[in-house]
Design a binder for this molecule. Structure first.
Ligand SMILES: *[C@@H]1O[C@H](CO)[C@@H](O)[C@H](O)[C@H]1NC(C)=O
Ligand SMILES: *[C@@H]1O[C@H](CO)[C@@H](O)[C@H](O)[C@H]1NC(C)=O
Ligand SMILES: *[C@@H]1O[C@H](CO)[C@@H](O)[C@H](O)[C@H]1NC(C)=O
Ligand SMILES: *[C@@H]1O[C@H](CO)[C@@H](O)[C@H](O)[C@H]1NC(C)=O
Length: 195
């Protein structure tokens, strides 16, 4: 093993990955390049939060945890608040005319996990693609450190068109409307993909 050069290990790895793509039934190539992304896209995440009114038709996310004693003992914190969402995602900033027919959705949760205000959040979700351009999922998770203008979520995997994808999504706030709506810009860069 010690006599193997780095290059021959890489060749062996490429050979093995090549066989995997044949086994997968398509002649796709696996690309791993940490200097330059093999795929890039920008998507906007629209979180339309249920506002406790009777009109629930537009809401795509809701708080699902009740305040705890820990929360009540603090003045401003939202510590422990958990939000479950099935949010539309779009290529442009505008909301689609019909939320039901959105072909890219973010499905998952975030919760606030910092006692002090403003509170950081933690996200875990799948981006589900069901359009003519893409079918499959990307799975993301990471800390939303609100004091940082841009924070990075890990793209930890994917399925379908994004089979075995990995990368990083740089996330920044793009719009906030009170407690009922915010929009995040997500610049997704994949460094491992089948193309
Ligand atoms: C919400 O619905 C309940 C029950 O139908 C009704 O009593 C209440 O007045 C409604 N509230 C608003 C703000 O429309
Ligand atoms: C839902 O969204 C539509 C389109 O943006 C808007 O016309 C309508 O007023 C919204 N309804 C509620 C209850 O917010
Ligand atoms: C909450 O606010 C009150 C009044 O401003 C202050 O006396 C108290 O120390 C604060 N409590 C905490 C946990 O920050
Ligand atoms: C994907 O789109 C097709 C065609 O529009 C639809 O029939 C199907 O229900 C969608 N699947 C999901 C998981 O949304």
């Amino acid at each position: 093993m010690a006599t193997w050069s780095k290059a021959s290990l890489i060749v062996a790895a490429i050979f093995l990955l090549g066989s995997a793509s044949v086994a997968h039934g398509r002649s796709r190539r696996f690309i791993r390049s940490y200097d330059e992304p093999c795929k890039e896209m920008t998507l906007y995440f629209h979180d339309i939060i249920y506002d406790f009114s009777n009109s629930t038709s537009n809401s795509t996310s809701a708080v699902v945890a009740k305040p705890t004693a820990l929360l009540q003992s603090m003045n401003t914190s939202v510590f422990g608040t958990m939000v479950v969402f099935n949010d539309p995602m779009t290529e442009g900033k505008a909301l689609p005319p019909s939320l039901e027919e959105t072909t890219v959705r973010a499905q998952g949760l975030y919760f606030y996990n910092k006692k002090q205000s403003p509170a950081d959040a933690w996200f875990a979700f799948s981006i589900v693609f069901n359009s003519t351009a893409h079918r499959g999922t990307l799975n993301l998770m990471g800390a939303d450190l609100v004091s940082e203008t841009t924070r990075d979520f890990s793209v930890v995997g994917g399925t379908g068109d994004f089979f075995m994808a990995r990368g990083v999504a740089s996330v920044c706030g793009d719009a906030v409307e009170g407690f009922t709506y915010f929009r995040l810009q997500m610049d997704i860069k994949l460094y491992e993909c089948y193309v």
